[in-house]
Design a protein around this ligand. Structure first.
Ligand code: NAD
Length: 261
């Protein structure tokens, strides 16, 4: 019996990286996963692979910065499954590696739309279903950078700090309705997001990441998926309002600041 047997779950940004690992982990634990992403080819392939294993999964195009897309993904899951047990607001983009004053207003607005407004839109769509059934688990993807500073990432860190704060607030607001809300703060994880950062900024960034994590390596997407499985499961029935740091000790001992030049 899987840890998420029979649960209906929505995962955004599920075509690649951490979201892919969460969708796969949830499906293997018995959930019916409704996966959303903007990369339809990769998203369809993820779902096809899960279905080929006999697991329950569906893919829908969903740009998390578009309210109608988010509502369609969440409502389709709730209508098809007859309920909505889990929402993972995972999708986000990395715009940074620059001093704040060099960021354009367009970059700021895009970052906030994809990394923060998306969490509002996901919760706005999911809460009516969860309130009706008086149960649910929401997991919002924050970041170690919501806890500690890193040169060049002020806007990203600001959005992630807000995601954490919103999660805590929602846990208080919706706890009486048996809706749990938690966030996860990953350290550096081996995903396309970080491959792109290294490609753009250079190998010294990758070397710095190794030193930044006391555990001596960066993390695997499956290690974040494990945390999400726990928070989504009934084993976490008394866990709400927390930010679960899965960061190889990064925020316990910030000890190296990479040189951006
Ligand atoms: N990788 C890390 O080191 C790390 C660290 C801390 C936090 N995080 C957070 O974890 C989450 C996942 O990061 P990742 O590293 O897997 O990213 P990634 O870039 O590797 O994958 C992100 C996925 O989201 C999709 N996506 C991008 N924009 C979207 C949009 N507007 N709507 C829907 N989907 C969209 C992409 O197509 C991709 O499939 C993000 O919230 C990120 O901020 C990542």
């Amino acid at each position: 019996m899987g840890r998420l047997e029979g649960k209906i779950a929505v995962v955004t940004g599920a075509a690649d990286g951490i979201g892919h690992a969460i969708a796969e982990g949830f499906a293997r634990e018995g959930a019916h996963v409704f996966a959303g992403d903007i990369d339809d080819a990769k998203g369809e392939a993820v779902v096809a692979a899960l279905k080929a294993e006999g697991l329950a999964a569906d893919y829908l195009h969903c740009d998390v910065s578009v309210a109608a897309d988010v509502a369609r993904l969440v409502d389709t899951a709730a209508e098809t499954g007859g309920r909505l047990d889990v929402l993972v607001n995972n999708a986000a983009i990395a715009i940074g590696g620059m001093p704040l004053h060099e960021m354009t207003e367009a970059q700021w607005n895009r970052l906030i739309a994809v990394n923060l407004t998306s969490v509002f839109l996901g919760c706005k769509a999911a809460l009516p279903h969860m309130i009706r059934q008086k149960s649910g688990a929401i997991i919002n993807m924050a970041s170690a950078q919501g806890h500690v500073g890193l040169d060049g990432w002020t806007a990203y860190a600001g959005a992630k700090g807000a995601v954490m704060s919103m999660s805590r607030q929602m846990a208080v607001e919706f706890g009486p309705l048996n809706i749990r809300v938690n966030s996860i703060s990953p350290g550096t994880i081996a995903t396309p997001m970080n491959e792109k950062i290294v490609a753009e900024q250079g190998d010294h960034i990758a070397r710095a990441w190794l030193k930044m994590h006391p555990i001596g390596r960066i993390g695997k997407p499956s290690e974040i998926a494990e945390a999400a499985i726990y928070l989504a499961s009934d084993a976490a029935g008394f866990t709400t309002g927390i930010d679960l740091r899965v960061d190889g000790g990064l925020t316990a001992a910030p000890r190296f600041v990479p040189d951006l030049v």
